[in-house]
Write a protein that binds this ligand. Structure first.
Ligand code: PLP
Length: 354
């Protein structure tokens, strides 16, 4: 129940596409070497643009850049910004945003995600950051920004000439249609945002590696800089993996990968029901594969980690690892097998109802 890695295999259509592409690589006429552009093959960039269209967002294939995952893009995007830019990150947050900016020599400021604001940090008018990192659905808290909340961030970014780096790695887990899956569903976002997404959780690509970043045409200078950065330090994602990724966006691929997401969300339901029964406060579990709950009896998150490990033999992630506001909170992932999730929840129930 600890690390957010998937347990279910790749969808059959994805495997078939990867095998077919591997076969093409073994034939002289269809073999491919370096990809010309390093931006991703047109077939995949078009498939991603088509996926955005399916939920009402217009993105052109030229605005989509294929990568080996969201961690790389979240960590590398800072390369195109000055080290003098101040950065705003939520506390708690996915650690890559902080660590990569510290490595880049930038100063990181925090906005608080707490129980009081439902773990949805909002802009601090006293700050004028160059860069803002947002993640929704959020890792670790499982909270999801509403359109109204994201609009406040977009307006704030435009006013302060900030760039929002929007990490949408868990967008596929949103089932509530009123919640935004992309920052580009918010008016004005094309003037201030870069969106980073991944197939890791959408389609079980954690070990296969493929993601994409969308830089709107309005931000042509960022697009040019990012392409130059990628061209200097990255040589693209392998052809079989890009073909496998393309298969995710076919009708059959969508059906098969959403069935796996439904499997994980069934785990999330078992977990939410356990915490509901125990009367323990939590966020996530709906529209998100994480449950973020308050450690019982005022325990700090590492004390609770030890208790859960030693007394129930269940591994989770202490909230303190994601920032100071995470202390006293704990993250469990829904990416386990169903059997393990049910077993873990039985043990949690036994431990916490003592
Ligand atoms: N962004 C967030 C918020 C994540 O939680 C993760 C993985 O756990 C990633 C990005 C990394 O995704 P990828 O596997 O595409 O590098």
């Amino acid at each position: 129940m600890g690390i957010g890695d998937v347990t279910q295999p790749l969808a059959p259509v994805v495997v078939a596409a990867m095998k077919k592409a591997a076969d093409e690589m073994g034939v002289k006429e269809t073999f491919r070497g370096y990809e010309d552009s390093g931006k991703g093959y047109d077939f995949l960039r078009e498939a991603v643009a088509g996926y955005y269209k399916s939920f009402g967002v217009t993105v052109s294939p030229e605005e989509v850049l294929i990568s080996d995952g969201a961690k790389s893009d979240c960590g590398n995007i800072g390369d195109i910004f000055s080290e003098n830019e101040d950065v705003v990150v939520t506390d708690p947050a996915y650690p890559v945003y902080v660590d990569s900016n510290v490595m880049g020599g930038r100063t990181v400021h925090y906005v608080n995600s707490t129980e009081d604001n439902g773990f949805a940090a909002m802009p601090d008018e006293s700050m004028k950051p160059g860069l803002i990192y947002l993640c929704s659905p959020n890792n670790p808290t499982g909270s999801v920004y509403t359109k109204e909340q994201l609009k406040l961030w977009v307006d704030y970014a435009i006013k302060n000439k900030s760039v929002v780096i929007f990490d949408a790695a868990y967008e596929a887990f949103i089932s509530d249609e009123t919640l935004p899956r992309s920052i580009f569903q918010i008016e004005g976002a094309r003037k201030c945002a870069i969106e980073i997404c991944s197939l890791s959780k959408t389609a079980g690509f954690t070990g296969t590696r493929c993601g994409y970043t969308v830089i709107p045409g309005e931000e042509i200078s960022f697009m040019q800089l990012w392409c130059r950065r990628q061209g200097s330090k990255f040589n693209g994602v392998s052809y079989p993996v890009q073909r496998a990724a393309e298969a995710v966006f076919t009708e059959e691929g969508y059906k098969q990968t959403r069935a796996t997401i439904a499997y994980y969300m069934q785990n999330a339901k078992v977990m939410s029901e356990t915490f509901d029964e125990l009367g323990i406060k939590y966020t996530g579990g709906k529209n998100s594969p994480y449950i973020w709950f308050k450690c019982p009896d005022g325990m700090d998150s590492w004390t609770f980690f030890d208790k859960l490990l030693n007394e129930a033999e269940v591994v989770g992630t202490p909230g303190a690892g994601f920032g100071k506001n995470g202390d006293g909170w704990f993250r469990l992932t829904a990416f386990g097998t169903h059997e393990n999730t049910v077993e873990a929840m039985q043990r949690v129930k036994k431990l916490l109802s003592k």
